[in-house]
Design a protein around this ligand. Structure first.
Ligand SMILES: [Zn+2]
Length: 151
């Protein structure tokens, strides 16, 4: 049985780490879009793998995740509540294991994976994505743009 959030901080953290389309993810995608990048979202790169990166460059086979500090166990902000401790430890470990499994599956299929913590500055993440796109395109950032869909 799912325990109730044991404190206001935990409750807020849980609410702010919904699995998709958090404010941060929208801001991140907007920033990438302003940088001229075109990409997809809410797309499963691999058939049969329940994994939807926050941003997907299908042609480049580049998958990008913004990981919530709480759910994904950020080394700085990840914490394990005292109440219902064992339940939370198992729950958070499940998330970490799934992340690792997804990274491996994507890597095995020839995809590059970039992960950012939600606490990382947005512009730093955008620069890292631009650098990776540049690298994968062999140095040409202005190559014919990726497929058009964007929120
Ligand atoms: Zn963090």
């Amino acid at each position: 049985m799912k325990p109730r959030a044991s404190s206001e901080a935990v409750r807020r953290s849980m609410q702010s780490n919904r699995p998709r389309d958090t404010r941060l993810e929208r801001e991140f995608r907007s920033a990438l879009h302003r940088s001229g990048l075109r990409f997809r979202k809410n797309l499963r790169p691999l058939a049969g793998l329940r994994c939807e990166p926050d941003v997907v460059f299908t042609k480049l086979r580049l998958a990008i995740f913004i990981d919530g500090c709480w759910w994904h166990g950020c080394p700085i902000h990840g914490s394990q509540p005292v109440r219902n401790h064992d339940w939370w430890v198992a729950k958070l470990q499940t998330t970490k294991d799934r992340d690792a499994r997804n990274d491996r599956a994507l890597g095995d299929a020839g995809w590059q994976v970039l992960r950012f913590w939600e606490h990382e500055p947005l512009d730093k993440a955008v620069v890292a994505v631009l650098q990776e796109v540049l690298r994968l395109r062999g140095g040409n950032l202005n190559q014919a743009s990726e497929e058009g869909a964007h929120d």
